[in-house]
Design a binder for this molecule. Structure first.
Ligand code: SAM
Ligand code: SF4
Length: 328
């Protein structure tokens, strides 16, 4: 059985962007009330007393936009200081990163994934739902700051949507020729904006690989992540290209992760709501921590069945929460 030792932690469900594919403008979202968010001490207690004892060793901070979480640098420092922490990473839109990159690095964050869906400011602003002054440059400055500070590997995430940004795939792939960055193309999923999904659908990774191969050549990379990306490389490029193909491939059998929402729900499978545990309510009601550990251990045992059930039944999965709410 695959070892599940990776926890994606959503720090907040709010965001300063309104990406078309994630939380488009105009959608009504029930934000988590402040008092319902896991407090820092509660999160650290869960990590120290529950997740680490049952075997979790790798943590990613995400959201919503994790840099909006007050005290995020202190949280990074605390999680990085657990002797058991083997890996601590963050996924961010980088809009606030330029001023925070050094502090995050000094606090112990070493890996960062940044969403950047377009190199063209106009397209970028359209995707993130921005109507005021362009936000592209500040985001790019955040990426440059992360690079200067020394985050390694620095990964860029791109959700590819037909006729929105798929025309830029070659330009985005070309970023890896001179930079030691990892550019990852993600298949658009019907979470967050099913209408856009219905209208535009998604581009299979295989099609992207063919386009990139025709333009630059493409070979499988010897670099392997521990995630779901298939890794390739343009010949002689300094960086790599990753393809995350959750629509065209099933990688449930490689799944090594669970997700903790900002209001303390532990979710064993992104695409299936079965089996979730409300850890925050349990913690606040004074439950014995040994009992919580036991519940999480049981969920770990059930996870393969939960992963596969959704695929086997051929259902579309349960998407009552967006990626920003689940912790993408
Ligand atoms: N705000 C941060 C960011 O954008 O990087 C972190 C949270 S965001 C929910 C995490 C990841 O989920 C991003 O890389 C984003 O592109 C991805 N995502 C959100 N909605 C998606 C969808 N419908 N299909 C595929 N990926 C999606
Ligand atoms: Fe915000 Fe990230 Fe969702 Fe975009 S993908 S709206 S940046 S949470």
């Amino acid at each position: 059985m695959n070892t599940v030792d990776y926890l994606r932690i959503s720090l907040i469900d709010r965001c300063n962007f309104r990406c078309q594919y994630c939380m488009p403008e105009g959608t009504e979202l029930d934000y988590i009330l402040r008092q319902e968010l896991l407090a820092h001490e509660e999160l650290l207690t869960l990590l120290r007393e529950v997740f680490i004892p049952v075997g979790f060793r790798k943590f990613r901070l995400t959201g919503g936009e994790p840099l909006l979480r007050p005290g995020v640098v202190d949280l990074v420092r605390a999680i990085a200081s657990f002797p058991e922490t083997q890996d601590l990473a963050m996924t961010t839109n980088a809009f606030l990163l330029a001023g925070m990159a050094q502090d995050l690095y000094d606090a112990g964050l070493r890996r960062i994934n940044i969403s950047l869906d377009s190199l063209a400011p106009e397209t970028f602003d359209k995707i993130i739902g921005n109507r005021g002054r362009s936000r592209w440059q500040q985001t790019w400055d955040g990426i440059q700051a992360a690079h200067r500070v020394g985050f390694d590997p620095l990964k860029l995430n791109i959700v590819v949507i037909p006729r929105v940004n798929d025309q830029e795939v070659l330009d985005l792939a070309a970023l890896t020729i001179e930079r030691q960055w990892h550019v990852r193309f993600i298949e658009f999923m019907p979470i967050g904006n099913p209408e856009l999904f219905g209208e535009r659908a998604w581009v299979p990774s295989e099609e992207l690989r063919q386009r990139i191969c025709q333009a630059f050549g493409l070979m499988e990379s010897h670099v392997r992540g521990n995630g779901p990306a298939d890794v390739f490389q343009i010949p002689n490029a300094k960086g790599t290209l990753g393809f995350i193909s959750q629509m065209s491939e099933c990688f449930c059998d490689r799944c090594n992760r669970m997700r903790l929402s900002a209001d303390g729900w532990l979710r064993p499978c992104l695409l299936n709501e079965t089996g979730q545990i409300d850890l925050k309510t349990a913690l606040r009601s004074g439950v014995n921590l040994a009992d919580l550990r036991e519940q999480v251990r049981e969920l770990l045992l059930l996870k393969p069945e939960i992963n596969y059930k959704q695929r086997d039944s051929g259902t579309a999965g349960t998407y009552t929460r967006t990626m920003s709410q689940i912790g993408g």
